[in-house]
Design a protein around this ligand. Structure first.
Ligand SMILES: [Zn+2]
Ligand SMILES: [Zn+2]
Length: 248
């Protein structure tokens, strides 16, 4: 028993107990031990047709903002990895976000990695997850975008880690979840001044190609707001990357 205790960290024991009480199985085919098995993960198609994230009309390469929507400080584009209409995608992202299944960041991170490597976008200099407000972070226990950013940082290139910055953007306003707000203009208003750049980390932004990561985009207003702040602080390019966009 002593040997066992020496070799198994407490978190492993906790995981073992949880796995025994609530056995894990693939959300799609119910094969045991994984939330999304390799086979089902490979079957999730990457989103081919990408659109301008602002007007949501023009088809553009890799989801770049179309020339009509382009503004001085606007986001450069939003790459959407998969379709929300795919049942496994919507199911898994829902489990990840609302049922706190932290382990899902691995298959979801794989989808993001695959999508970015399949695109024509250059690798970023810096990866930034959309931050959670401290209050919500305490309640949730992990930042779902932070874990995805960490996965990308380790897996986009073999051999070196792309830096991440988790505290560069601060969420200063405790905003109601976007899902609960129906009206579009209300959502934009909800996001205004919700974020600020951490003055201590501001020097990391200048001339950088930045990848902003989130799990699901709804209207995109959170990503647009963060991108604007980064562009105003001197970022060369800001591209968003999400697993899916609600509604398409
Ligand atoms: Zn499966
Ligand atoms: Zn547009």
């Amino acid at each position: 028993m002593q040997i066992l205790q020496d070799h198994i960290a407490p978190c492993r024991i906790k995981k073992f107990i949880l796995d025994t009480l609530f056995p894990i199985s693939c959300l799609s085919c119910e094969k045991p031990d994984e939330w999304i098995c390799e086979e089902c993960l490979d079957k999730i198609p990457l989103k081919r047709e990408q659109i301008c994230p602002i007007c949501e009309k023009a088809t553009t390469p890799d989801g770049r903002v179309c020339f009509k929507c382009k503004r001085k400080y606007s986001i450069d584009g939003l790459l959407t990895a998969a379709s929300y209409k795919n049942k496994l995608v919507s199911g898994a992202t829902h489990y990840y976000k609302y049922r706190f299944i932290e382990d899902l960041h691995i298959p979801l991170g794989k989808i993001l990695t695959k999508a970015l490597l399949n695109s024509d976008l250059a690798l970023p200099d810096l990866i930034i997850p959309i931050p959670l407000h401290q209050r919500r972070l305490r309640w949730r226990g992990f930042n779902q975008s932070g874990l995805l950013a960490e996965y990308l940082s380790l897996n986009l290139t073999s051999g070196f880690k792309i830096p991440t910055a988790n505290n560069l953007i601060i969420r200063r306003k405790y905003t109601p979840p976007q899902m609960k707000i129906k009206d579009y203009s209300q959502r934009i208003k909800n996001m205004r001044n919700a974020f600020e750049i951490n003055p201590v980390e501001k020097n990391k932004i200048k001339e950088k190609r930045i990848l902003l990561v989130d799990d699901i985009a709804t209207t995109g207003s959170t990503l647009f707001e963060c991108a604007k702040l980064l562009k105003k602080s001197g970022a060369r390019e800001v591209f968003g990357l999400v697993i899916a966009r609600q509604g398409n």
